[in-house]
Ligand binder design. Structure first.
Ligand SMILES: Nc1ncnc2c1ncn2[C@@H]1O[C@H](COP(=O)(O)OP(=O)(O)O)[C@@H](O)[C@H]1O
Ligand SMILES: [Mg+2]
Length: 273
């Protein structure tokens, strides 16, 4: 059974003047412990699809099933990391990890054993993200990349069955992004969380994904799904391998065609919009 099964899913926003069709006819299965990336130009519905998966938004047609149950709203089993590290500025790093939304949506008083379990898990996660020395630092004392690590640890606290990430490294400089790429792959290997990761960066989509889902705009649809022909264990040198470069060129071509763009400059403009 798939972890996530999406069938003929569509989303039309009411819109102020006329309805806005944001997603149409989306069919996608995500397997247990799979790392899937969604890539496409700005406006092709990536965030909308992720928000629907997270239960923050509702689809207007089709079906969405997660772990065998229709998704009807947010749940502790599905966690999200956004581009802007949404840490509580008044809590230390370790407390930000401990007091996650994942625990609060259980809607009951936390027992002392819950708190103990959360503390042990928070310490382990702090280790996993390599910030043991910063347990009692304030978010403002950390770099953007470090804050995003804390946001990831917080999302993982309740052992979500799916982790959704919406351009989580979009605000970081190139070097921090590479570090974060290897970190999230390491986390995926250790935690075996199913990850659905949205980006407009084709290289990032290939480096991280076992499959890359290419979307096209107006209305958002899946153009094509590519299997990434690289070993499960990735390293930065692979970006220079012919298989990587060929896939990158093919996906860029695919996006360029469906966006009706002719030059790379236009394409890059579109992707970075
Ligand atoms: N709340 C909303 N109301 C109306 N239209 C929306 C809303 N959210 C997104 N859209 C529209 O849906 C389309 C897809 O948006 P989005 O999912 O944000 O794309 P992406 O993340 O790929 O850039 C866009 O045309 C956008 O304007
Ligand atoms: Mg978006």
């Amino acid at each position: 059974m798939s972890k996530v099964a999406i069938r003929k899913l569509g989303k039309v926003f009411a819109g102020s003047a006329s309805p806005v069709p944001a997603l149409e006819n989306i069919d996608l299965d995500v397997g247990e412990a799979e790392f899937v990336t969604l890539v496409g130009a700005s406006g092709c519905g990536k965030s909308t699809l992720l928000r629907i998966l997270a239960g923050l938004e509702y689809h207007t047609s089709g079906q969405l099933v997660c772990d065998g149950h229709p998704v009807r709203g947010p749940g502790a089993d599905r966690a999200m990391v956004f581009q802007h590290y949404s840490l509580y500025p008044w809590l230390s790093v370790i407390d930000n990890i401990k007091f996650s939304r994942g625990l609060r949506v259980n809607r009951r008083e936390l027992t002392s054993s819950d708190v103990e379990t959360a503390s042990g898990r928070a310490d382990a996660l702090l280790n996993l993200i390599g910030l043991e020395r910063f347990a009692h630092a304030w978010p403002r004392q950390l770099s953007g990349g470090m804050q995003q690590r804390v946001a990831i640890a917080r999302a993982l606290l309740g052992r979500p069955s799916i982790l959704m990430m919406d351009e989580p490294f979009g605000a970081l400089d190139a070097q921090s992004r590479e570090v974060m790429h290897d970190l999230i792959l390491h986390i995926h290997r250790i935690e075996r969380t199913t990850i659905v990761f949205v980006t407009h960066d084709v290289e990032e989509a290939i480096y991280l994904g076992q499959r890359v889902v290419v979307m096209q705009p107006r209305p958002g649809r899946i153009q094509r799904i590519y299997d990434v022909p690289l070993p499960a264990e990735r390293h930065q040198d692979m970006k220079h391998e012919p298989a990587f470069r060929a896939l990158r060129a093919e996906i860029l071509d695919c996006i360029r065609q469906n966006a009706g763009l002719s030059t790379d400059v236009e394409l890059l403009d579109k992707l970075n919009a």
